[in-house]
Design a protein around this ligand. Structure first.
Ligand code: GLN
Length: 493
């Protein structure tokens, strides 16, 4: 099918699925792209495509800056805000010939697990249960639904504690979170900057790889972007390991199954899908190794101390003066103006996190909360380092125990359950929403590459279009071993 025809279908789907509220801004119709698509079709015919994503429609989460559309983070405080510059990732997509399909809905500033904390309408999953709307996951729920419903070819999201992987799992698509520091955050609105990553949502892992290969790379404008020299060191290191793997046992991988991820709350259908996937992998010649990551049980609590602490600092600039829509009440001192602006224009969840973060950073609480959570973060990283046979490429000088019993990848479910009904979400009980991240937050704390891949759970292979029929499996690998995550995904898909 020509790129133009394919894009026409995406636009038709945008029209059909409007009520799911995946997009917050999108070009009205295809006329804007017609010429570009025809040119991309020409290039394709003549065998001179700009890249693997030339002429593909890619949607962008609305906390990533674009210049054509506003960037609102689904917050009233940024309503109508136009960034004067695009994010590096957006620039890179465009240079590769991709077209921006529009901006997608999210939980305000990325804070949430169901894409319901938005000034726009809540995002709805393509799947329903007995006619009831289901959660699309969050906070990149808009990007996930846009992909799942064929409104675009791929979408960018952000993943701080699971926001790409959880929506991917709930909507039955692929969601990839790269190693921290490999993809530029320049032009990506910070939530918790030591955890924030830009991720990719697509229908299959090969498309995710094409998009990831386009957006990765050193960016001097992002101080946490890994420099080229470190990247080549990682590449060399990972390639050596790859060669060793090939020599030792052709393609047989050692797959780790962490005990702590087999939680009581795991729904039977999720546990069965996990077991079935492991059995299939064993049949293919891979070996399964049960292991322990003891700090896992503290990871979620540490995440919910650290992420709000960073958020409280990052969001201080939305005061109506430096950034954000000023409150109509402009009388009085700066403090009055700040309070009126923030009081009126930030949502409840965002306010809660700012309060929580300011408290845990306060002199009275920092030792007990923030510092302890940082220590837990180190323990979580240490657990993973002990589990993987590949040493952490940036911590090679630190000794590691013997490689005996260590693994190449870890496989767990992405979420403990299938998507819940939106009507069952209780805003008064934040722990319910926070619990949705229990299996994804550890990889975020450790900065590891991770991907959610859908596996089918309908016995007869029937594609029931209404009820969820897949479970997301989460692949984790050592820092910098992103390619191995993609290789593993191809085996599972
Ligand atoms: N649900 C988590 C949170 O609210 C993760 C969000 C994210 O990854 N952006 O913080």
């Amino acid at each position: 099918m020509s790129l133009l025809r394919k894009a026409e279908r995406c636009f038709a789907n945008q029209h059909t699925h409007k009520l799911l509220a995946a997009f917050v801004a999108a070009p009205k119709d295809i006329t804007l792209f017609q010429q570009d698509l025809q040119a991309a079709d020409e290039r394709s015919k003549e065998g001179r495509r700009k890249s693997l994503i030339d002429g593909q429609l890619i949607a962008i989460k609305d906390n990533i800056c674009t210049t054509e559309e506003p960037t609102t983070c689904s917050s009233a405080i940024l309503n109508g805000f136009h960034s004067p510059y695009p994010a590096t990732v957006v620039e890179k997509l465009k240079a590769a010939g991709a077209l921006i399909a529009g901006k997608t809905n999210l939980d305000e500033f990325g804070m949430g697990s169901h894409s319901t904390n938005s000034i726009y309408e809540a995002v709805k999953n393509i799947y329903t249960q007995n006619g009831d709307a289901l959660s699309a996951g969050g906070s990149s729920g808009g990007s996930a639904v846009a992909v799942a419903t064929g409104q675009c070819d791929a979408a960018l999201g952000t993943d701080t504690g699971g926001s790409v992987r959880l929506p991917a799992a709930y909507t039955g698509i692929v969601g990839f979170k790269p190693s921290y520091g490999l993809v530029s955050r320049w032009g990506v609105v910070a939530y918790a900057n030591s955890l924030d990553t830009v991720g990719v949502l697509t229908k299959n892992s090969s498309m995710a790889r094409s998009v990831y290969d386009t957006i990765k790379g050193y960016d001097p404008r992002d101080p946490t972007s890994l420099p080229t020299s470190t990247r080549s060191k990682i590449d060399k290191y990972v390639t050596n390991r790859g060669a060793k793997l090939q020599r030792s046992s052709s393609t047989s991988l050692r797959i780790g199954v962490p005990r702590e991820y087999n939680t009581e709350e795991l729904q039977p259908i999720v546990r069965e899908a996990w077991l079935k996937t492991l059995q299939q992998l064993r049949k293919l010649g891979h070996t399964i190794h049960v292991l322990s990551l003891p700090a896992t049980k503290m990871a979620l609590s540490a995440y919910y101390v650290l992420a709000p602490a960073e958020a409280s600092s990052n969001l201080a600039k939305y005061d109506g003066v430096r950034y954000g829509n000023k409150s109509a009440d402009r009388e009085g001192t700066d403090n009055v103006l700040f309070a009126a602006t923030r009081g009126a224009s930030l949502g409840d969840e965002v306010k809660k996190r700012i309060l929580l973060g300011s408290y845990s950073l306060s002199a009275a609480a920092i030792d007990n909360y923030f510092i302890k959570a940082q220590k837990v973060r180190r323990l979580v990283q240490g657990d993973f380092n002990n589990a993987f046979s590949l040493r952490h490429p940036l911590l090679q000088h630190q000794g590691q125990s013997s490689q005996e019993g260590q693994v190449d990848v870890i496989l767990t479910p992405t979420a403990q359950s299938l998507p819940p009904k939106i009507s069952s979400l209780d805003k008064a009980d934040p722990l319910q929403a926070y619990g949705a991240d229990v299996l994804t937050a550890p990889a975020s704390l450790a900065g590891l590459p991770s991907m959610s891949v859908p596996v089918s759970v309908s016995d007869d292979g029937r594609q029931d279009l209404k009820e969820p029929n897949t479970v997301g499996m989460q692949i984790l690998a050592q820092f910098g071993d992103d390619d191995l995550v993609f290789d593993m995904a191809r085996v599972i898909e």
